[in-house]
Design a protein around this ligand. Sequence first.
Ligand code: GDP
Ligand code: MG
Length: 162
Amino acid sequence: PAPVLAVVGRPNVGKSTLVNRIIGRREAVVEDRPGVTRDRVYYDANWNGRAFTVVDTGGWDPDARGMAESIRAQAEVAVTLADAVLFVVDATVGITDNDEAVVRILRASGKPVVLAANKVDDQRTEAEAYGLWNLGLGEPFCVSALHGRGSGEMLDAILEAL
Ligand code: GDP
Ligand code: MG
């Protein structure tokens, strides 16, 4: 079977937009409003001739369990099912407490993690992503899921991680 990449991150950081960018199709549903409940969805992806499966771990139910608990549960599920994790952060917002809780889970799992600093739509925003080195997850890959900026380098790193 193809190796599995799980996409993890807070609501509204651009996970589904990035999934569409990775698979080259508009299949993942992009929401302007955070916190929409949805099941995990699997997509076939291919980069440089290597096939892999992408899981958009969406599935939020903040009303039932609280946002922090929902985000932690998502991360726990992701590291269990995945060979590697794509951790998506909104570079224009920076790191939140919820992000740090997820980082602890990812680190403890020992699974390879690729860090995507999303919404870097232009050169100017790239400077804001520099602080993400502090997460201790290695190089933040600056991407714009919306425009495609930086996605090639990120995908190269994903293939190395899988
Ligand atoms: P998710 O909740 O993490 O899956 O986030 P979505 O993919 O649904 O995106 C949330 C919002 O962020 C939508 O309005 C997207 O259009 C927007 N968005 C996603 N990626 C980018 C990006 O690279 N740049 C900008 N400016 N907006 C983005
Ligand atoms: Mg989504």
